[in-house]
Write a protein that binds this ligand. Structure first.
Ligand SMILES: *[C@@H]1O[C@H](CO)[C@@H](O)[C@H](O)[C@H]1NC(C)=O
Ligand SMILES: *[C@@H]1O[C@H](CO)[C@@H](O)[C@H](O)[C@H]1NC(C)=O
Ligand SMILES: *[C@@H]1O[C@H](CO)[C@@H](O)[C@H](O)[C@H]1NC(C)=O
Ligand SMILES: *[C@@H]1O[C@H](CO)[C@@H](O)[C@H](O)[C@H]1NC(C)=O
Length: 285
């Protein structure tokens, strides 16, 4: 009798405690990658519910469109960060196919047990979006992940547990970057060296404390994926004057060492700017 009671108690206890592991997030993100790589949204079917929502560039879309293209995508690069507190992931994906290239960033949000998907939100950028070049992005994503030569700005390198920033510190650094676009008195905690990759364009290498345009742009509806292990904050938002946007920040010791972004140009090609010459030139392997 006691035995059964204990089992029952244990059963209820374990059912009530959220258990969102990196492993579960990782395997379910692989389903998402499989859907894109095969062009079959059915790979997600086992983790969908009738309530799962899907959006593309901030517009609601049917789940069948989650693959971006009905043709399988040849994925040259993908990388994921994990937020086990919110039970969410951020994945960046590059398709360098010269005919139909894409730079894609996706947030997946799960129930607290990482079993079923609550939402899928994707930013899909193509030629004509801000500083788009998937081949250049591939070059820099690989170069900036090298442990040597970029100091604290190396992406993806795990941070020792005792040196990890708290979630609040990570988020406030990312928020400061957005806030300075609407309030010039905000102090952004810049680190050095710092790199900023916008689309496929490396617009800062050394110091990022420059090139903030003199405009007022409020960033709305920020949705965060925070990964303390690698010092990353990824934010999906509506970036004021521009449009649907994803920024990811590489942060260490509370300072920003790297920024990379994908921004959809809603109104005009290239968001009305003329892309720099360098964006069309060969960038090397
Ligand atoms: C879907 O949402 C409804 C209304 O909030 C809720 O009652 C139901 O349990 C949800 N279903 C699943 C499978 O999450
Ligand atoms: C602008 O930022 C400064 C520094 O963080 C803050 O003190 C001030 O209240 C902000 N102004 C507005 C209008 O939010
Ligand atoms: C950034 O600048 C440094 C110093 O000039 C250089 O060694 C490095 O290759 C540059 N990084 C990239 C990705 O261009
Ligand atoms: C991207 O750069 C490559 C050279 O690396 C160039 O051939 C291509 O035209 C560029 N694409 C765009 C959309 O600018």
């Amino acid at each position: 009798m006691l035995h059964i009671l204990l089992l029952l108690l244990l059963g209820t206890a374990s059912a009530a405690v959220p258990d969102c592991t990196r492993h579960a997030l990782n395997i379910n993100t692989k389903r998402y990658i499989a859907a894109l790589a095969t062009g079959r949204h059915e790979w997600l079917e086992s983790i969908l519910t009738p309530n799962t929502t899907y959006s593309q560039n901030l517009e609601p879309a049917p789940i069948a469109k989650v693959t971006v293209s009905a043709t399988p995508l040849t994925i040259s690069y993908h990388r994921t960060t994990y937020d086990t507190v919110q039970c969410a992931t951020h994945t960046e994906i590059l398709v360098t196919n010269p005919v139909n290239p894409y730079m894609i960033a996706t947030q997946l949000r799960f129930d607290p047990f990482a079993q079923k998907l609550a939402s899928i939100d994707t930013i899909v950028t193509v030629p004509g979006d801000l500083l788009f070049n998937a081949t250049h992005a591939l070059h820099y994503y690989l170069a900036l992940a090298q442990p040597e030569g970029h100091g604290g700005s190396s992406w993806g390198i795990p941070i020792a547990p005792e040196k990890q920033d708290s979630r609040a510190v990570l988020q406030s650094a990312a928020d400061a970057y957005y806030d300075v676009f609407s309030n010039k008195s905000v102090v952004v905690p810049w680190g050095e060296p710092c790199t900023r990759l916008e689309g496929g364009y490396l617009d800062a290498n050394g110091t990022c404390d420059m090139g903030i345009p003199d405009v007022t742009a409020k960033t709305e509806n920020r949705r965060y994926v925070i990964d303390e292990d690698v010092g990353s904050v990824a934010v999906l938002s509506n970036f004021g004057i521009l449009g649907p946007d994803v920024h990811e920040f590489r942060i260490a010791g509370g300072k920003i060492f790297g920024i990379r972004s994908m921004t959809v140009c809603k109104e005009k090609d290239d968001c009305g700017l003329s892309p720099p010459e360098g964006l069309r030139e060969e960038v090397g392997w």
